[in-house]
Design a protein around this ligand. Structure first.
Ligand code: FAD
Length: 431
């Protein structure tokens, strides 16, 4: 089949990779001049999510006022943003959390296996580094972290629960004072450079790999008919709108992997994705004192801020801001941006003092989509020729390869490897 993929982030390029592996011809349309320029660019590098990383559960959005639960909430008292938060709160209980994670787990395993396969086949090197240390500030947060630890045991994810003293003994650059509750170490957990991986995958697919990349082109609309699918391209220049016919690319199916733009593109087909946008921030700061840089990636567990070394810089990412629906697409106010960046600066100073020159940091902000029920939106939606791969929240890095595999199997018409209840739970039109 001929398949058009909209979006050249990790989700779109992973989809192209899996579709090609299944024998389809693929065209990826990306509005930027190159791939990995959206949320994929700002990632913090954690390759596969553990129960401590998912965007639901006991610690997530617990207290939005000061970002203590990972997100600064300005939802107002009603409307879709408030409904979204309420729905996520239903997953605060440990049983609901465990049930939801159990549905996500097969996707994580599929993604892990697909990533391992790609690495082995193509000998990819994309700055992978082993080791992740999640730190927990207070005894209250430690208590809230226990259901996640229980899931780590249940799914036999190798990890070590450490006291504060053990954390400091393991990573000397973490200050023992002020006291903190403890941490969780994953020695096989990995961070890597996601945009580099996406670019390498593109190169493989581009060079005789049979995938065509149309970069610098924006899809303005999708057309679906019973026998064909197509996308309309926006004119390259405004004056072309008057002088040229609409350019169209035709195929047999369309996969929308357009990140935050996905809901808008599928809305004309009556598909209302269960996703809500969240602004997230990154500070890329030069290393201040080499001897103070942690040897492993540090994650402030409850605040969901990651401090990762990337060459001569430290990348500090997190600082989510949730706004009312009508403000979601508007630029953030200066005050909110400062508040979000302050969360990042604070995490860096608390856990890696002296490591980063925050005053010289380059700031980046992007949008990611979260679902209220904690799972991405993946699969067929609204029309037999329309598919979605989006809404991976803070965990799209390698999950996208597993989601892409599901879509490739659905387009090929074979039974998905994932269990039926996971496939049903991921449906983009689940409401
Ligand atoms: C600060 C931050 C930290 C993160 N940390 C991690 C992490 O540690 N681990 C992890 O797994 N995940 C992490 N994530 C999440 C992860 O980065 C995302 O889940 C993932 O990158 C989403 O990829 P995507 O391809 O769906 O979206 P995007 O990367 O946003 O890609 C969508 C692409 O579609 C293109 N597009 C949109 N509309 C159109 C159109 N009409 N026509 C053509 N092209 C279009 C865009 O230009 C864009 O390139 C993080 C995200 C952020 C922002």
């Amino acid at each position: 089949m001929d398949v058009i993929v909209i979006g050249g982030g990790i989700a779109g390029v992973a989809t192209a990779y899996q579709l090609r592996a299944a024998g389809h011809r693929v065209c990826v349309v990306e509005r930027h001049a190159t791939v990995a320029q959206g949320a994929t660019y700002g990632h913090s590098g954690i390759v596969l999510p553990t129960p401590l990383d998912v965007w639901f559960g006991p610690t997530f959005l617990r207290d939005g006022r000061h970002g203590a639960g990972g997100v600064i909430c300005r939802t107002g008292f009603g409307g879709p943003a408030r409904a979204f938060v309420k729905r996520l709160r239903t997953l605060h209980g440990s049983e609901a959390f465990a049930a939801r994670y159990a549905q996500l787990r097969p996707l994580i395993e599929a993604a892990e296996s697909a990533l391992g396969d790609a690495e082995n086949r193509f000998q990819l090197e994309y700055e992978q580094r082993k080791g992740l240390l999640y730190l927990v500030r207070s005894t209250g947060e430690w208590a809230l972290t226990q259901p996640a630890l229980e899931l780590l045991r249940r799914f036999e994810v190798p990890h070590y629960a450490l006291s504060a003293a053990e954390c400091v003994a393991f990573e000397h650059n973490i200050p023992a004072d002020p006291p903190f509750a403890g941490g969780v170490h994953f020695d096989s957990g990995r961070v890597a450079n996601c945009p580099l991986f996406v670019k390498q995958l593109k190169q493989l697919l581009d060079n005789n790999g049979g995938v065509q990349f149309q970069t610098g082109r924006e899809v303005s609309a999708i057309r679906l008919e019973s026998g064909r699918a197509a996308v309309e391209l926006a004119p390259r220049l405004p004056e072309d709108a008057r002088t040229r016919d609409v350019e169209v690319i035709s195929g047999d199916a369309v996969v929308v992997a357009a990140g935050a733009q996905t809901p808008r593109l599928v809305a004309p087909f009556g598909v209302k994705l269960p996703l809500y946008p969240l602004r997230v921030h990154t500070l890329n700061a030069p290393v201040a004192h080499e001897e103070c840089v942690p040897h492993t990636t540090i994650v402030d567990t409850a605040r969901r801020v990651a401090v990762t070394r990337m060459n001569h810089r430290l990348r500090i990412s997190g600082g989510g801001v949730l706004l009312r629906a009508r403000q979601a697409d508007e630029p953030l106010t200066e005050a909110l941006t400062e508040q979000a960046q302050a969360l990042l600066g604070e995490a860096s100073r608390d856990w890696a003092p002296g490591a980063a020159r925050i005053s010289a940091a380059l700031a980046w902000e992007g949008m990611k989509l979260l679902s209220a029920d904690g799972l991405p939106a993946v699969g067929n939606a609204g029309h037999p020729r329309l598919f979605v791969n989006a809404g991976h929240g803070p965990a799209g890095w390698a999950l996208a390869l597993g989601s892409a595999q599901l879509i490739a199997q659905q387009i090929t018409g074979i039974k998905p490897d994932l269990p039926d209840d996971t496939v049903a739970a991921l449906r983009p039109d689940r409401g």
